[in-house]
Design a protein around this ligand. Structure first.
Ligand code: PMP
Length: 449
């Protein structure tokens, strides 16, 4: 513990504050459980940063890594090829929305976003339209924490500090109808938000390379787009000759109840980013997928402009690709998507119970991607003050009650490994319910009946 405080600088963490509390040092996992160095057990209700699909220490996934390690562990993709990355690319194209037929491997979701942005930007140059170089982003979007990804992100809290380092973008409202960014009622919010995008594209498409979005905004609080909304955006992009970049880093690989969130609306993005669940969360592999149309712009006679200048040292790492292949094989064999749909409908029923808690303002669910927004006053939707750190306190209660739950501000999350059983999901939701109740009873006092 002392050495953790002394040497490790933790991500997205105020270290002074961190050092004032006992750290949870995770040592091992099994299925949906994690165990700390003292042997205490915790349900992993957020799938280790939303990545875990088939559970921790899965024997087949572990074996896939070991077998590959006995052959070779390194990438070799810069300049050469490797078997796991070839097989994996084929598998990914097979399950991806129609039209996405080329896979560019990388190491993280943020990098996949950088790649998609650079591809879109360069594509228009190769098409002889270099003035199409701006991106449209959504209010409160999160696409990762590197500078390009932050530029197309719009979370005040995370991004404000770096504002002067970022490139210019156009920003449109996202249909967060519970708190409409345009100040409208939930009934009119989504339509009005769409109108803003429509107007922007109609006026400025000749300067716009692409629209980038999360089909369910994740880091801003698990906010699904209304049904058909993505399809409408797709049509607008087509009409205005603007690329549609769908960031499925969080939503991909079954999380929302379909292989990709785009599949709910039958949307075919021009570029798509994936990461997190690709390897079952085991190793850092991500990718950007592109259509033939985009890929072919980079073909033709040898010309330095046609090189895509990107490729990190570990791109297409063989250990990562091998475990991803096994993850996808098991997805099919164990019918993981059907399982998610089944457990998700059970969870939907169980979530109704949370309305008994006066601090619950909104419950949002898409598959096993669930956010419960806590408010000081349900009727007025008055939020808890940021300084109250309500989500963080509920997270601490969860930990005392045997569960890991990393919240997003005032939004409590339920994003379990996809193989969670109904019984386990029920046990986790019980802990979450109890933890919210314990924490808000003390805080809301008079508000509680
Ligand atoms: N895009 C989305 C939609 C995400 O949710 C995240 C991470 N939460 C990222 C990109 C960044 O992924 P990574 O942390 O692997 O860089």
């Amino acid at each position: 513990m002392d050495k953790d405080f002394r040497y490790v600088w933790h991500p997205f963490t105020q270290m002074q504050d961190y050092q004032e509390h006992e750290p949870l040092i995770v040592e091992r996992g099994e299925g949906v459980m994690l165990y700390d160095v003292d042997g205490r057990a915790y349900y992993d209700s957020v799938a280790s940063i939303w990545t875990n699909t088939l559970g921790h220490a899965h024997p087949a996934l572990t074996d896939a890594i070991i077998k590959q390690a006995q052959l070779v562990s390194h990438s070799t993709l810069l300049g050469h090829a490797n078997v796991p990355s070839i097989l994996l690319a084929e598998q990914i194209v097979d399950i991806a929305p129609e039209g996405l037929s080329h896979v560019f491997f990388c190491d993280s979701g943020a990098e996949a976003v950088e790649i998609a942005l650079k591809m879109a930007y360069q594509y228009w140059q190769l098409k002889g339209r270099p003035e199409k170089k701006r991106f449209v982003k959504f209010v409160e979007a999160y696409h990762g924490d590197t500078i390009g990804a932050v530029s197309v992100g719009a979370m005040e809290r995370f991004h404000e500090t770096y504002r002067d380092m970022l490139f210019e973008t156009f920003e449109v409202p996202y249909p967060y109808c519970y708190r409409c960014p345009l100040g409208l009622s939930p009934l009119t919010c989504a339509h009005a938000c769409m109108e803003e995008l429509k107007t922007l594209l109609a006026e400025k498409a000749d300067r716009i390379a692409g629209v980038i979005l999360e089909p369910v905004q994740g880091s801003s609080g698990i906010i699904p787009m209304p049904d058909d909304y993505l399809r409408e955006i797709e049509a607008l992009c087509k009409k205005n000759d603007v690329l549609l970049i769908v960031d499925e880093v969080a939503t991909g690989f079954g999380r929302t109840g379909e292989m990709f969130a785009s599949d709910h609306d039958g949307v075919k993005p021009d570029l798509m980013t994936i990461g997190k669940g690709l390897t079952g969360g085991y190793l850092p592999v991500a990718a950007a997928l592109a259509t033939d149309e985009i890929y072919e712009a980079f073909l033709g006679t040898y010309d330095s402009n046609k090189t895509f200048y990107h490729g990190h040292t570990f791109t297409g790492n063989q250990l990562g690709c091998a475990v991803a292949l096994e993850n996808l094989r098991l997805f099919k064999e164990e019918r993981v998507i059907e399982h998610v749909q089944d457990v998700a409908s059970y969870v939907a029923g169980r979530l109704q119970q949370f309305w008994d808690l006066p601090a619950v303002g909104d419950i949002r669910q898409k598959g096993l991607f669930v956010g419960i927004e806590l408010v000081r006053d349900r009727a007025t939707r008055e939020p808890f003050a940021f300084e109250e750190r309500i989500g963080w306190h509920v997270g601490n209660r969860c930990r005392e009650n045997g569960m890991i739950m990393r919240p997003l501000g005032s939004v409590c999350l339920f994003i379990p490994p996809l193989i969670v059983t109904k019984e386990q999901a029920g046990a986790m939701l019980d802990i979450l319910y109890r933890s919210i109740k314990e924490e808000t009873r003390e805080r809301m006092g008079g508000h509680l009946r």
